[in-house]
Ligand binder design. Structure first.
Ligand code: NAD
Ligand code: UGA
Length: 443
């Protein structure tokens, strides 16, 4: 059992703190967002993450998990002084694509000013290579008196929507530090998970995170490029991905063609890696292509809608007078996260083209309502379909997999479906009488 503090109760911090508590440690989570902390104290989750609420409640009840806005309470509880503190604050994209480090800086400064005993500072946020050394400098400079500490990089690889199971069943745990003893102490926390633990230096650990995300993003852009070619040549990208995936060297994962990648991670991390390369005078050509193909994937969905239901008159905007229904607002299924969401971008493009938008998402509507204007948010997929000229399937929620398509066709103004997730079977859709377009399904 170790005493742990976690800074930031977002997708990563809350899951990390909760899972460490579930593994028998005593965890105090601290956040600057008072409302989040007040809600957590009342058992209200700040994010939608399947299974999280139950584990939080269980560990709070067992006295292993607590929430506070006070760094002192999290770090210096006399009965349980923290031995390790995890930084899990957000690192959004800055104006030039660089990772914005102001929250990491604030957390490091607060740790330095608050700590009253030696600490291992573990950085879980995704941060540019070299940030670990920078954090060490900040802590050293901001401490009112010198107290020993070590910095360990421990990038996180969980996905939203399956965060708990990803955390509890890691493909690997990466630890980076010059201080072998500190790294070993962090490693002990992960031993119960039985995944491979790799210990390396700080900068390499930080780079492993960016390289991993960039590689996965590259797989997605690669299959989207193949999808594009499939459409022109009459091949089916779903079958192509399946056929490629049997090769163990390739693997089937992350070869789903569609709207391209969205979310709070891949877009900002690929950009940040490219920025790091540019600053060093390198030319990240592959990363640039990955980003361009990704942007095209969203545009090409709107282009399909235009081609199928758009006006030809030069007096009208292409989608003026048309109602487009959008099924799904989250950047992928099983999350309420709409950061860099492809459906939100697509909606804005339709609006810019003069189209009216109706939309529905099982959990992301409250978040979407904060950023969208003039979109009619509906109670379900059928309300979206009613009177629509075209439907875009934008997020692959389970509840969209078994829709009553006969009913949908009956209530739509025009039976047009653009399936951005290749959820449906093209021959079946055609049999049902739809004008159907998937992504890369050229036959
Ligand atoms: P988030 O926005 O969901 O949560 C960040 C939290 O940190 C917020 O609650 C915010 O109030 C809090 N915070 C900000 N500054 C603070 C401070 N100075 N002191 C205390 N709390 C502070 O972010 P997230 O999605 O959990 O991502 C966190 C980091 O982990 C990012 O670097 C991200 O790239 C990385 N990451 C995210 C995921 C993911 O799936 N979301 C997966 C792996 C890695
Ligand atoms: C991703 C990584 O998968 C995690 O390992 C990593 O920890 C995290 O980023 C991070 O660094 O923050 P996440 O963004 O939650 O996790 O979601 P993914 O499941 O990776 O999907 C990302 C985007 O790619 C989604 O928009 C998804 O729809 C899209 N995608 C994914 C595809 O278009 N095709 C695929 O084959 C897979």
């Amino acid at each position: 059992m170790k005493n742990i503090a976690v800074i930031g109760v977002g997708y990563v911090g809350l899951v990390t703190g909760t899972c460490f508590a579930d593994l028998g440690n005593r965890v105090t989570c601290v956040d600057v967002d008072e409302e989040r902390i007040a809600n957590l104290k009342r058992g209200i989750m700040p994010i939608y993450e399947p299974g999280l609420e139950e584990i939080v409640r269980r560990n709070v009840a067992a006295g292993r998990l607590s929430f506070t806005t006070s760094y002192a309470e999290a770090l210096n509880n006399p009965e349980a002084p923290a031995e390790l503190v995890f930084i899990a604050v957000n690192t959004p994209a800055g104006v030039d694509g660089e990772a914005e480090l102001r929250y990491v800086r604030a957390a490091a400064e607060m740790i330095a000013q608050t700590m009253d005993h030696p600490l291992i500072i573990v950085n879980k946020s995704t941060v540019p290579v070299g940030t670990g050394d920078w954090v060490a400098d900040i802590v050293k400079n901001k401490q009112p008196r010198p107290i020993p500490f070590s910095v360990v990089s421990n990038p996180e690889f969980l996905r939203e929507g399956s965060a708990i199971s990803d955390f509890m069943n890691p493909d690997r745990v990466v630890l980076g530090s010059l201080d072998e003893e500190a790294a070993q102490k962090v490693a002990q926390l992960y031993l119960p998970l039985r995944g491979p633990i790799m210990i390396t230096d700080l900068r390499t650990a930080e780079m492993i995170k960016y390289a991993s995300n960039a590689f996965l993003a590259t797989k997605i852009s690669f299959i989207n490029e193949i999808a594009n070619i499939c459409e022109a040549l009459g091949a089916d990208v779903k079958e192509v991905a399946a056929g490629m995936g049997y090769d163990k060297r390739i693997g089937r994962a992350f070869l789903d063609a569609g709207l391209g990648y969205g979310g709070s991670c891949f877009p900002k991390d690929v950009k940040a890696l490219a920025h790091m390369a540019n600053v060093q005078g390198k030319h990240p050509q592959l990363l640039e292509a990955v980003m361009q193909i990704n942007a095209d994937a969203r545009r090409s969905i709107v282009a399909k809608v235009r081609a199928l239901v758009g006006n030809n008159s030069t007096h009208l905007n292409r989608l003026e007078g048309k109602t487009i229904g959008v099924l799904g607002l989250a950047f992928k299924a099983n999350t309420d996260d709409i950061r860099e969401s492809q459906p939100i971008d697509i909606i804005r493009m339709i609006q810019a083209d003069g189209g009216m938008v109706k939309a529905y998402d099982p959990v992301a509507m409250p978040n979407a309502a904060k950023v969208l204007q003039n979109v009619k948010l509906c109670a379900d997929a059928y309300e979206v379909a009613e009177g629509s000229d075209a439907l875009i399937l934008a997020t692959e929620w389970n509840e969209f997999k078994n829709l009553d398509l006969v009913r949908i066709k009956r209530i739509m103004k025009q039976p047009v479906i653009v399936d951005g997730r290749n959820l449906y079977d093209p021959p079946v859709m055609r049999e049902l009488g739809f004008i159907y377009r998937g992504v890369g399904r050229g036959y």
